[in-house]
Write a protein that binds this ligand. Sequence first.
Ligand code: GDD
Ligand code: MN
Length: 408
Amino acid sequence: MQTDDHNRTPDNLHPADVNGGDALERLRPHPAHPSTEAGARRTDARGPGVELTVVVPTFSERDNIGEVVRRLSSTLQGIEWEVVFVDDDSPDGTAIVAKSIAARDKRVRCIRRVGRRGLSGACVEGILSSAAPVVAVMDADLQHDETILPEMLKAIHEGADLVIGSRYREGGSAAEGLSPIRRWGSQLATRIANTFMGSQVSDPMSGFFMLRREIVEKHAAELAGEGYKLLMDILWTTGKSLVLREVSYSFRERFAGDSKLDALVTFDYLGLLFSKIFGGVLPVRFLMFGAVGVSGIAVHLLVLQYAVSILHLPFAWAQLTAIMVAMTWNFIVNNRLTYRDARLTGWGFARGLLLFYLACSIGSIGNVGVASWIYSFNATAWVAGLAGALMGAVFNYAISSALIWKRK
Ligand code: GDD
Ligand code: MN
């Protein structure tokens, strides 16, 4: 238990504590000796509730839902399980299909989220909706081999906290389900993650894993909840405190439908990495927005140089041109990258661009104001300038997230 126990009132009790010692007892790793007292208690304490919740994030996976349920029921015989589809209001009616199955089968549930997108966030929400001691996360497209679930659960019963379905461990493979370029990217990301975390996990990018629910309950607020790499986020957040196991499997081809992840996920990954390095204070999206801003400065200087020395424009005009080009550049890149889950097209694009110009203008007035104010306290010029720029960036980001790229 945490050291702040004495501060706990019924209002700030951790959800994992609610059932008191009994629930914790049930969630704690027990050695796998069925004949010993611990083993016997574990079986008794398991009770009539669900033992394993399989969380399946979905976005436009209508044609895979029935097959997922069929395969889970055949592979999980003898285990009290349920599946939760967490759907981000897919346009293809995935939630309707899942709920129609749920209406007939009480092992099936569906959470429909409106106005939100994101794989990690959806998984966290599904996990937190569970009351089972153990939860698994698995994709809906059956690229993950569901037949290793019983082996993963056994590893948990044997004392593991987190079991990772691995494509890169001996016996596993990614050849079938990943293009060579994504396989290369995935392995590079794995090496970077292990270097930063000081770990030796063979597949920290895996989207297929099982863990004790109490871990996510405890760390829910620290998880970034953004992007696609929930497992890496969990590994990073919990540090070296978990007992890990890996079970290898072959990453298969999709059953139906198309992948939702594009090559740009690399940027989400870098964003998550930096966010974690900064202790999680800065949201992934803000970091991406900031990186685009920095690229805008480079564009600005290039255009300025070109306008002055090749086009021979008067400096003020050259500077104005450079500002307009840089703002437009930032808008387009943010639209393609930072906010691609709420990408603007047509009239929405034009309206967004005008709003963006306006936000940048107001932001730069604020920038100059803050910088001058700080400078008046005898701060050095670069400190004042940096503070002003930071204030401008935060303002632009706030307007962009709240008013320009709103998710429908
Ligand atoms: N709720 C929700 N919201 N689900 C989503 C979203 C979203 O915004 N985006 C994708 N999903 C669901 C998909 O419907 C699918 O069930 C699962 O997340 C994985 O998406 P895919 O589009 O199939 O991803 P992938 O096969 O390219 O990538 C998988 O493998 C990677 C490892 O290379 C995922 O498991 C990644 O997490 C994993 O890192
Ligand atoms: Mn997939």
